[in-house]
Design a protein around this ligand. Structure first.
Ligand SMILES: Cc1ncc(COP(=O)(O)O)c(C=O)c1O
Length: 437
């Protein structure tokens, strides 16, 4: 029996109030915007979500990784309230404002290395990736883009081309962008590759003198939380230097402290040219950015990058508090602790159930891969869906990931307490016992 202090399911799911709102959704909201949770949120704080029917859930999804400092963090909310009383929007290029300049400085200062850095802000993660490509193209005066297997970079025309998973992200949306080339990404659980395999694949597809940029997730996110071996990112740096292209890290999911370092790449002996950030930078406000070498950031003509809402003052005020929280508190250590506690419980599940093929991750970016058979490693997506659904209906929200949808991952806020982690893990363990025990 789980002792429950935080999760409470007191109605059918969806409860009556949620059900009424869902019927309006069916009628008026475009169907492809499918929803995961069978309830409508009323309020949320830290890592707890309450629905309109009074049910409460432990949230390991963190708004798909946007809430590292916790839902409605007190400092973030206070800054937003203060900003609302001053001004909401001017467009920085029409009437500039201080918060965007302060945020640029704070973000640049978080990037290790003594080289000159600059930042620019956008709205979504996809926009940040698009702009990293634009910056690299103007800087190198070349066109080709290198990406990796298992990558997810967004849903715009360019970024869905760069994304690996066909369905749902690309299905029916072609034709795609030209000059995007996909390289193998090391998968320590499934297929060991070497540096030479990647260079060989590159040279077979495109002349490297035509490559503007390599965009790589330091840890693969949507594609299944793949942590590369230590050699991988430094080897990509060497390729970029050898062939003169820009090395851009997509830290949209792995960054802003999730792995126990501010940027996930800081776990490796490497330095990029550009870094894309989003998600937890804005703590729920739509904000993304590119930060990196000043000469690359400055390379387009005036007005060449931007957009009406980019670096919106409210989002910047939220992000300033987010970075200050990392500068002033022990959130990075907390990420490591949260990850360790979850990893212990995931490993117990692995010991107990053959369906758990692999437990992996860095810091609080933790996941387990489910397989039908440990020898053949056949993915187990149906079982993954059943287990996460069982946990969800029992009060804990766990996202899935992976090209085959057979990875259970954790994107919880880092302020989740030990007791909350334990209760969530008890709920997940009960779902395993019920379905595969
Ligand atoms: C690594 C990575 N890049 C880019 C994106 C796209 O971000 P957005 O959905 O804000 O466009 C995501 C979103 O999940 C992501 O995880």
């Amino acid at each position: 029996m789980i002792s429950r202090r935080f999760s409470r399911i007191q109605t059918e799911l969806p409860g009556p109030k949620s059900a009424a709102i869902f019927s309006a959704k069916e009628r008026y909201v475009a169907s492809p915007l499918t929803t995961y949770a069978p309830f409508i949120v009323k309020k949320s704080k830290g890592a707890i979500v309450e629905d309109v029917d009074g049910n409460t859930f432990l949230d390991f999804s963190g708004g798909w990784g946007c809430l590292n400092v916790g839902q409605c963090n007190t400092r973030v909310v206070a800054a937003l309230k203060d900003q609302i009383d001053q001004y909401l929007h001017t467009d920085f290029t029409a009437v500039p404002y201080q918060p965007m300049i302060e945020l640029s400085q704070l973000l640049c200062e978080r990037v290790p290395g003594s080289w000159a850095k600059k930042a620019a802000f956008f709205n979504s993660g996809a926009e940040a990736v698009e702009n990293a490509v634009k910056l690299a193209r103007t800087y190198t005066k070349r066109k080709a883009v290198l990406v990796f297997e298992n990558a997810f970079h967004g849903r715009t025309l360019l970024t869905m081309t760069m994304t690996h998973k066909a369905k749902p992200y690309k299905y029916g949306f072609g034709p795609f962008v030209s000059d995007v080339y996909r390289l193998p990404y090391p998968n320590l659980y499934r297929s060991a590759i070497e540096e030479t395999d990647i260079e060989r694949a590159l040279l077979a597809m495109v002349d490297p003198s035509e490559v503007a940029v390599m965009v790589v997730e330091p840890i693969i996110g949507e594609g299944g939380f793949l942590v590369p071996p230590q050699w991988f990112l430094p080897a990509m740096r060497r390729l970029a230097d050898r062939y003169g292209f820009v090395l851009a890290f997509d830290e949209i999911q792995s960054g802003i402290g999730r792995t126990g370092k501010f940027f996930a790449y800081e776990h490796f002996d490497v330095s990029p040219d550009l870094i894309c950030v989003a998600k937890s930078l804005g703590s729920g406000l739509p904000l993304s950015g590119v930060v990196g070498k000043a000469e690359i950031m400055d390379s387009p003509v005036d007005g060449g990058i931007g957009g009406t809402y980019v670096g919106n003052p409210l989002a910047c005020r939220a992000a300033i508090e987010v970075i200050k929280l990392f500068n002033e508190t022990d959130l990075l250590e907390r990420a490591t602790h949260v990850g360790e506690r979850i990893k212990q419980r995931f490993n117990l599940l692995k010991q107990r159930y053959d369906i758990v093929g692999d437990v992996r991750g860095l810091g609080a970016m933790m996941a387990m891969e489910l397989v039908k058979n440990r020898e053949t490693k056949d993915p187990a997506p149906e079982e993954t869906t059943k287990i996460t659904k069982e946990a969800l209906y029992s009060g804990a929200i766990f996202p899935t990931a992976g090209l085959c949808g057979n990875v259970i991952r954790v994107l919880t806020s880092l302020v989740i307490t030990d007791e909350q982690i334990d209760e969530g893990m008890d709920i997940l363990a009960e779902a395993f016992e019920k379905l595969v025990g």
